[in-house]
Design a protein around this ligand. Structure first.
Ligand code: LMR
Length: 396
């Protein structure tokens, strides 16, 4: 039976990592997948994570199953990060959270929840968006449509075009927002724009779904939640898919969260029972280790301070690389203006490099970036900057 199958296309992001690993050239550079690299070009285990793991190892007494949603402490920690410690949402029990296997797992649970239980099966995603969004939502049976977001000419967000296309969204449609550090453009709505979008969403009766994978990589852990928090003030119901892959460096632990906010605690409880059914039918209940690390750090004052500091270091290093990249390209005689890279935030920027240039970078210079022209700034270092900018200057 299997002989009838044809091969699936390589994943535009993870497929690139496979090709990168197989490349034997020295000095190869991977700016494809969004993984943080330090100055030495390695993806470090945060020091707060190591300490939390040591504590877990000595305290753990059982490997028994967790409940379907994971531990209560983890869910509370997720909610404090999303909504703030003194949030009314937390105090009134209007939110329920489950540990999902990474942000992708959380998005898939949201997608199935929408497909099974929401009246509209249509979801709107920004154009462009993360390459996997379409796969996840379509796999659950949703219709995926685009709203405008990016002005390729200006290398900036086009807020008017965004609102114009979102006006076509019907009541009950789900709208996907990137909580911060928009992937792939690195451009977020301003505070005023978030407020406007939040009001529009309430007026039009949309279901907002926040993909929140980069908290702390924009301006700060609290600051980056501003858009989501404004939304919660105007929209009593929403969904959040959050991830700790990047901000705790826990990529391979698959630790994220699905959070459902409802009108009141009773409705939250009922709706969340459906989320739990979806989880049970998918992977039954989550693994412990990653959520144990996060919970330990969030509930320990000194580890929390250390975590905030380590997130700030990652954020500042990426910003420094943004500035150095712009400066080095200038020094290499590149006439094209790349200053927009410095103004953007998070791990990614949309470089504006076309598919031919992307291909040449890979073939001739062993520089890997996503076919769309998305670059992971988090993969730049002082050591690879010269070779990177040389390659880009050549293909331009
Ligand atoms: C990315 O966008 O590179 C990351 O979110 C990793 C992934 O799974 O694609």
């Amino acid at each position: 039976m299997f002989e009838q199958l044809s091969a699936a296309p390589a994943d535009p992001i993870l497929g690139l990592t496979e090709a990168f690993k197989a490349d034997s050239r020295t000095g190869k550079i991977n700016l494809g997948v969004g993984i943080y690299k330090d100055e030495a070009g390695t993806t470090p285990i945060l020091s707060c994570v190591k300490k939390a793991e040591e504590a877990l190892l000595s305290q753990e007494t059982s490997k028994s199953y967790l409940s379907i949603e994971g531990t209560a402490e983890y869910g509370q920690g997720v909610q404090r990060l999303l909504f703030g410690k003194e949030s009314e949402i937390i105090n009134t029990g209007r939110a329920r959270s489950a540990h999902a296997p990474g942000g992708t797992g959380a998005l898939r649970i949201c997608a199935e929840f929408i497909a099974q239980h929401m009246p509209s099966k249509r979801i709107w995603v920004s154009n462009p968006t993360w390459a996997n969004h379409g796969n996840i939502f379509k796999a659950a049976g949703l219709e995926v449509v685009n709203y405008d977001y990016y002005d390729a000419e200006a290398k900036d967000k086009d807020f008017n075009a965004m609102k114009k296309s979102l006006h076509q969204a019907a009541a009950g449609d789900t709208i996907l927002f990137h909580g911060c550090c928009h992937n792939p453009t690195g451009i977020d709505p301003t505070a005023e724009e978030w407020e406007e979008l939040a009001k529009l969403s309430a007026e039009r009766g949309w279901l907002p779904l926040f993909d929140f994978a980069y908290q702390g990589f924009g301006s700060g852990i609290e600051e980056d939640a501003a858009g989501l928090r404004v939304f919660t003030q105007h929209n009593p119901e929403l969904l959040v898919a959050s991830s700790f892959s990047k901000n705790f460096g826990l990529y391979n632990e698959r630790v994220g969260g699905i959070t459902l906010v409802a009108n009141d605690a009773t409705q939250a409880e009922t709706a969340f029972s459906q989320v739990k059914s979806i989880i049970r039918a998918n992977y039954s209940n989550p693994p412990f280790h990653g959520s144990g690390i996060v919970t330990t750090i969030l509930n320990n004052a000194s580890l929390y301070v250390e975590w905030e500091k380590e997130v700030a270091e990652m954020r500042d290093r990426i910003q420094a690389m943004r500035d150095l990249f712009v400066q080095t390209l200038k020094e290499k005689g590149v006439a094209q203006d790349f200053s927009f890279i410095s103004r953007q935030c998070g791990m990614f920027s949309f470089s504006g490099l076309n598919p031919d240039q992307v291909k040449r970078l890979k073939d001739e210079f062993a520089i890997y970036i996503v076919g769309s022209g998305r670059i992971s700034v988090a993969g730049m270092t002082r050591n690879n900057m010269d070779a990177l900018c040389n390659g880009i200057a050549q293909v331009l």
